[in-house]
Design a protein around this ligand. Structure first.
Ligand code: NDP
Length: 458
């Protein structure tokens, strides 16, 4: 494109958004570099979505072993978990994915530069003491776990370290009530760790449908997670080691009771990763909570610099960062027709029971529409009829009475993420309750309940 600069586009960060932007731009003939200081694939591939899901699978086996008896299986001796095998197999899979990312970048024609990048003015990036010039710089540096500061908080760890533990603790305390807190509560509990979840609010998962969150909490508690609501940690101190290999920690709660634990996990949110990036050498503006300010085209206040993904903190989800990258590349190097709609983004929390949702919560719908209809279904999954477990599935449809449009759809229970992904298309297409009613179910499935709900709950 231009001889005046080393690169047309210099991407900082090879996570989900950065790699997609780099590859798409390079495929359009743009001269691209992407710098990464840590690991290819970013949080999602290395210390997020992917290894988390593998751990979720691992943690679900004990319930399946239990259910198998009702189906005639006799497991001669009680199954045991070898944590190093799980951890190391997971790591090998992540390394395989890192390699795939490397190949994707190489094949796209973009240059991968290993090292920490700092911005040095609107068109310069320094990596490993070398300066590169670029017509456009894209900041896709993601986020980093936030750890609150209180006496002894240095004894706790973040989700980053959870994926590489030397050993599993016997007891764990998790602070927070968002995605990461509830997901790790399910993982640890399923892997046999006594798990305490400490959350400052009166109900977990603040932005989700209240009624469905209650189902999640009931389900988590039934599986053994000990949930401490309206609670905070005041201090953490070291005590005598719990075992030869496990540190002892005493966790003091705000009601002055304390919990002994081998591990404290902070799942207290993630902050935009901008420190030491050299933004002070530019006009890039930072919002109050630390995220980079961008307009609808992901442009910062510095005309040559763009940002997307977790570092702009609109919606911290991998598929959102990827779509933002596609929109940006189209804007910079294509027809500029692609857009991103932040409404009706389907999302799943891989807690146990699983929870997935698309559209408005009941609370949001009540605030937006004059009248809403609610349809609810709560039933025992077929696996449990012979399996004997107590788990249930709950589904909820939120309908705008005036237009008959289904404006929210929520599910707690097995395969919620898989089911809600499909329903998300219907919601995006503006489906009405009549469309749901006219759809033939797949029998026998849990998903068919979504098209057979006939009686208004309220
Ligand atoms: P969340 O923002 O989801 O949750 C953070 C939690 O920490 C909230 O419950 C918050 O409380 C609490 N908290 C914040 N500060 C403090 C504090 N000082 N003391 C005590 N509690 C505190 O962040 P996560 O870290 O769980 O995850 C980060 C993001 O990553 C998520 O928002 C999500 O976008 C993404 N993610 C997505 C996943 C998925 O798609 N399945 C899985 C994991 C992460 P309060 O609610 O009161 O503010």
């Amino acid at each position: 494109m231009s001889d005046a600069f080393d690169y047309d586009l210099f991407v900082i960060g090879a996570g989900s958004g950065g790699v997609r932007a780099a590859r798409m731009a390079a495929s359009k003939g743009v001269k691209v570099a992407v710098a990464e200081e840590r690991y290819l694939g970013g949080t999602c591939v290395n210390v997020g979505c992917v290894p988390k899901k593998l751990f979720v699978y691992a943690s679900q086996f004990p319930e399946l072993f239990q259910a198998s008896a009702g189906f005639g299986w006799d497991i001669p001796q009680s199954p045991t978990l070898d944590w190093p095998t799980l951890r190391d197999n997971k790591t090998a899979e992540i390394e395989r994915l890192n390699q795939i990312y490397q190949t994707l970048i190489d094949n796209s024609g973009a240059d991968l530069i290993n090292g920490r990048a700092t911005i040095d003015g609107p068109h310069r990036v320094l990596v490993n003491d070398r300066a590169y010039t670029a017509r456009t710089i894209l900041i896709a540096t993601g986020g980093w776990p936030y750890i609150p500061d209180f006496p002894g908080s240095e004894h706790g760890i973040s989700s980053n370290e959870m994926f590489y533990l030397d050993q599993l603790p016997k007891t764990a305390v998790i602070l927070g009530g968002g995605y990461i807190a509830v997901e790790f509560a399910g993982i640890l509990n399923g892997l046999g760790v006594e798990t305490h979840l400490v959350y400052r609010g009166s109900a977990l998962l603040k932005s989700f449908d209240r009624e469905m969150v209650e189902k999640v909490q009931e389900g988590m508690q039934a599986k053994g997670v000990r949930i401490h609501l309206n609670s905070t940690i005041e201090a953490i101190s070291k005590t005598e080691a719990i075992s030869k290999t496990e540190d002892g920690l005493s966790v003091l709660l705000n009601d002055q009771t304390s919990l002994d634990a081998g591990l404290v996990l902070f799942a207290t949110g993630r902050k935009a990763n901008t420190s030491g990036l050299g933004l002070e050498t530019t006009n890039v503006q930072i919002q109050n909570h630390g995220a980079i300010e961008v307009d609808q085209n992901f442009a910062t206040a510095e005309p040559s610099i763009y940002a997307l993904g977790d570092v702009i903190d609109r919606v911290q989800l991998t598929p959102v960062a990827i779509q933002e990258a596609m929109v940006l590349v189209e804007h910079l190097y294509g027809e500029g027709q692609l857009t991103i709609d932040y409404n009706d983004i389907p999302t799943a929390v891989f807690c146990q029971p699983e929870f997935a949702t698309v559209g408005l919560t009941e609370e949001q719908a009540r605030a937006k529409y004059n009248d809403i209809d609610l349809y609810l279904s709560d039933f025992k999954p077929m696996l449990q009829t012979l399996g004997g477990g107590a788990e249930r599935i709950t589904m909820k449809l939120v309908v705008d009475s005036a237009s008959d449009r289904v404006v929210g759809c929520h599910m707690v229970g097995d395969h919620a993420a898989e089911i809600i992904q499909g329903i998300g298309i219907a919601i995006k297409a503006g489906a009405t309750k009549a469309h749901f009613d006219a759809t033939i179910g797949i029998h026998p499935s849990a998903a068919e309940e979504f098209v057979t709900m006939r009686n208004k709950e309220r």
